[in-house]
Design a protein around this ligand. Structure first.
Ligand code: APR
Ligand code: PHB
Length: 403
């Protein structure tokens, strides 16, 4: 079967779904092709911090009902070291901005609902997805659906298929420059049926390594521990996890997370990765397909959202004015913001984790970094403005949205 559309979107994660919605609002047709099932895409446990700009974007796109109902507005974070928590207040330091804690799986659920309401096509469980004719004006996406071969002919392909997708590897060798850093640790993450014992996130540097206190709802706590990158989750009984969490997180004033039944646990490795440019011919990469950040800065989902804003504007420019100008600017505009988020995520990661090869000097420097951070208004302002999110590179209006 052959389908014809304007933009073929590969991947129904936050990047692909947000782009589909933004194009829809601009009257631009798209087909979304996802290789996993709807349930898998929704249930996959991922990050949960939305920058102010991501919240504003979802509001402007009319997909914020869930987030306005169940999202938790956080006006700061705690940084904890040497047994003491230090608060950083966002609105005070950023002219009123904050973050919202709302699980990425909820974001994806809401976006799938919005997509289905538009009646525009979204294929789950597409098999053997491939992209072709990328340097022509009529690129194609091929896949098998319900046993039948499908071809989508389009003007542009948006590669929103994440880090392990097929779009980036379809670009001929030698075109992309790859920038990468692999960290010598990973995160063991859990979800627990326990009321959050703090209203805001707590990032901890402890002698024994990093730990993070977060949450998903008034009844669910989300916690992370630094572990070796190849650690098997089978090495960690629930009791061992709680022992280590409490050991790293308990502060001298007695604060600690509440304990509850662990409902999910997994280990993820950490890396920084950028592929540039984020384009080859008529294929445009967005989100994790083009870049990965370590989760310490909570930037992954937010970068996907800012790429989509720039790509949506560029496609609107093409269909509205017949101009390639904004498409030609796409990669450079995105990468400016991506690199600043990379730098921030690398800094948060290196300042808050213990490296196997660090020296005693390195550790004292980390403590001094955190002491400076939590005692200087200038340093706290720098963290706050990056944590709530640096400004988007383009306006909402230019992408066809009301601010
Ligand atoms: N064909 C079709 N879809 C694919 C293929 C393929 N060959 N390979 C992967 N996909 C799908 C994945 O199943 C997933 O649903 O592409 C989607 C990519 O979604 P994400 O990995 O969530 O990436 P993105 O939309 O860029 O969102 C970035 O996700 O990884 C987190 O923390 C990261 O928050 C960030 C966000
Ligand atoms: C999360 O809640 O999953 C979370 C929060 C902050 C981070 C990373 C993950 O930096």
């Amino acid at each position: 079967m052959t389908h014809r559309t304007q933009v073929a979107i590969v991947g129904a994660g936050p990047a692909g779904l947000l782009l589909g919605q933004l194009l829809h609002l601009n009257g631009i047709d798209s087909v979304i092709v996802e290789n996993r099932s709807r349930e898998y895409v929704i249930d996959r446990v991922r990050a949960g911090v939305l920058e102010q700009g991501t919240v504003d974007l979802m509001k402007a796109m009319g997909v914020s009902a869930g987030l306005e109902r169940a999202g938790l507005r956080h006006e700061g974070v705690y940084i904890s070291f040497l047994g003491q928590r230090h608060h950083i207040n966002f609105p005070e330091l950023t002219g009123g901005k904050a973050i919202t804690v709302y699980g990425q799986n909820e974001v994806v659920r809401d976006l799938i609902d919005a997509r289905l309401e538009t009646s525009r096509p979204l294929y789950f469980e597409a098999e053997d997805v491939s992209v072709g004719d990328l340097d022509s004006t009529t690129p194609t996406v091929h896949f098998r659906y319900d046993g039948a071969e499908q071809e989508v002919r389009c003007d542009f392909i948006a590669g929103c298929d994440g880090f392990h997708g097929i779009c980036r590897p379809s670009i001929p060798a030698g075109v992309l420059a790859i920038y990468e850093r692999i960290y010598p640790f990973g995160w063991l993450g859990i979800l627990a049926e326990a009321a959050p014992s703090s209203e805001e996130l707590v990032y901890t540097l402890h002698e024994r390594g990093f730990a993070l206190f977060s949450m998903r709802s008034p009844k669910v706590t989300r916690l992370y521990l630094q572990v070796p990158p190849d650690e098997s989750i089978d090495n960690w009984s629930d009791d061992a996890i709680w022992d280590e969490m409490l050991r790293r997180m308990t502060t001298r004033d007695g604060w600690k997370p509440n304990i509850g039944r662990i409902t999910q646990k997994s280990v993820t490795p950490m890396r920084s990765f950028v592929a540039a440019p984020m384009r080859y011919g008529r294929l445009f990469l967005a989100g994790d397909a083009a870049h990965i950040v370590p989760p310490t800065g909570a930037k992954g989902l937010n970068l996907a959202a800012s790429d989509v804003l720039v790509l949506g504007r560029a496609l609107k420019g093409f269909y509205g004015r017949g101009s390639m100008e904004w498409l030609d600017e796409y990669s450079d505009l995105c990468l400016r913001r991506v690199w600043k988020a990379q730098r921030f995520s690398w800094w948060m990661t290196s300042t808050l984790h213990r490296s196997p090869d660090e020296t005693a000097f390195d550790h004292q420097r980390q403590i001094a970094d955190l002491d400076y951070l939590t005692s200087s208004r200038a340093a706290m302002t720098s963290l706050a403005e990056q944590y709530v999110g640096l400004p988007a590179e383009v306006s909402f209006e230019s992408a066809g949205l009301k601010a």
